[in-house]
Design a protein around this ligand. Structure first.
Ligand SMILES: Nc1ncnc2c1ncn2[C@@H]1O[C@H](COP(=O)(O)OP(=O)(O)OP(=O)(O)O)[C@@H](O)[C@H]1O
Ligand SMILES: [Mg+2]
Length: 341
């Protein structure tokens, strides 16, 4: 397992998971998962279909008992203190949990009442949240008439009724179009702004990048990497140096010159003809310094010079040997362990 940022446990941990195991017959849905979510941060749990994400969220929200291991949320044990734990969490499941026959307002009001709010408080809270999630106009219509994005927003509103300290979001935007996905991201960001700790599962690299500060990559019930998103990306894939000379005719000669420099461990330079730039895979600061130094020494005027981190897609591929969301059975366990950094 890749361990990058060591500063994630100890005081201030809102969610702590140790050695969590859940098997369904032969299927190891969770196979010894460790995880820490620091208070006030967003942890992204990234993994393909069947990785164990929903199983983890269900255990953390007390809907499912683990076979072994420990998990606490705000200090409450998932097995021994489920009632207290439920009072401090909110959950938006992978599939809509609202009652479709009921109007949005009614859904929220009923949840408020179930959470022991007085009639008056439940009413006020429902109104507030409908306003907040831009659903006031649709408040009296049955949820069955809502668009996918409206339902998801109603789900999010429902999970906020009890003013949770910790919010679990299981694939909050799967199946939504890009515009609606952006709306949901905006709402999640605003909840985080209010100090809510979030654990969200996703299959979308972009979603993790947008929302999470830390990432846990899971595959077949195991954590295969975790740490800060930037560190993870930098660690796994290295960087790419992109140099764009003002004169596009300089791209090829520059690329040739870099290849002929003989910098230790430097892989071949590629040319982005359309972008008028050359791309150099960089594995160390020394390589970066040598290449940039040579470009400058040559006296070529450049209009842009930047380093780019690999995408999370590339990170996943290098960690697991398969792309997120594709067949999981092409690699042996042995190969995968060798791949881990
Ligand atoms: N009730 C169950 N009975 C048997 N197997 C189950 C059950 N629930 C989950 N599994 C299996 O456990 C594994 C993990 O499932 P889980 O739903 O946690 O994955 P996931 O990461 O949420 O996937 P997805 O992205 O598709 O939602 C899968 O192989 C799944 O088939
Ligand atoms: Mg799931």
């Amino acid at each position: 397992m890749t361990r990058i940022d060591k500063n994630t446990s100890g005081a201030g941990s809102a969610v702590t998971v140790r050695g969590l195991v859940k098997h369904y017959g032969e299927t190891k849905a969770l196979d010894g998962v460790d995880l820490d979510v620091r208070e006030g941060t967003v942890m992204g749990v990234l993994g393909p279909n069947g990785a164990g994400k929903t199983t983890l969220v269900r255990i953390l929200s007390t809907l499912l008992a683990p076979d072994s291991g420990q998990a606490t949320v705000v200090g409450y044990d998932v097995v021994r203190q489920p009632r207290q734990l439920r009072r401090v969490i909110g959950l938006t499941g992978q599939y809509a949990s609202v009652d479709e026959k009921l109007p949005g307002w009614e859904n929220l009001y009923l949840i408020g009442r179930l959470l022991d709010l007085s009639r008056k408080d439940a009413r006020t809270r429902a109104d507030e949240l409908l306003e907040r999630f831009s659903l006031t106009e649709a408040a009296k219509r049955p949820a069955s008439t809502y668009s996918g994005g409206m339902r998801r927003r109603l789900d999010l509103a429902a999970s906020m009724i009890g003013r949770p300290q910790v919010l679990f979001l299981d694939e909050p935007t799967t199946g939504l179009d890009p515009r609606t996905r952006n709306e949901v991201w905006t709402e999640v960001k605003s909840m985080v702004g209010e100090g809510v700790t979030v654990l969200l599962t996703t299959q979308y690299m972009e979603e993790a990048e947008q929302l999470a500060s830390e990432l846990t990559v899971v595959d077949r019930g195991k954590v295969i990497a975790n740490g800060g998103i930037e560190e993870l990306k930098a660690k796994v894939g290295g960087r790419t140096l992109r140099v764009r000379p003002v004169d596009p005719l300089q791209v090829r000669p520059l690329a040739r010159m870099i290849d002929e420099l003989g910098v230790t461990g430097l892989a071949g330079t590629t040319v982005d003809t359309a972008g008028g730039a050359l791309l150099v895979p960089i594995l160390s600061d020394e390589q970066l310094t040598a290449v940039v130094g040579a470009v400058i020494a040559r006296g070529v005027t450049v209009s842009a010079i930047s380093t780019e981190l690999p995408s999370l897609d590339e990170v996943f591929l290098s960690l697991t040997g398969h792309r997120a969301g594709t067949s999981q059975d092409t690699e042996t366990t042995e190969t995968r362990e060798e791949v881990a950094v």
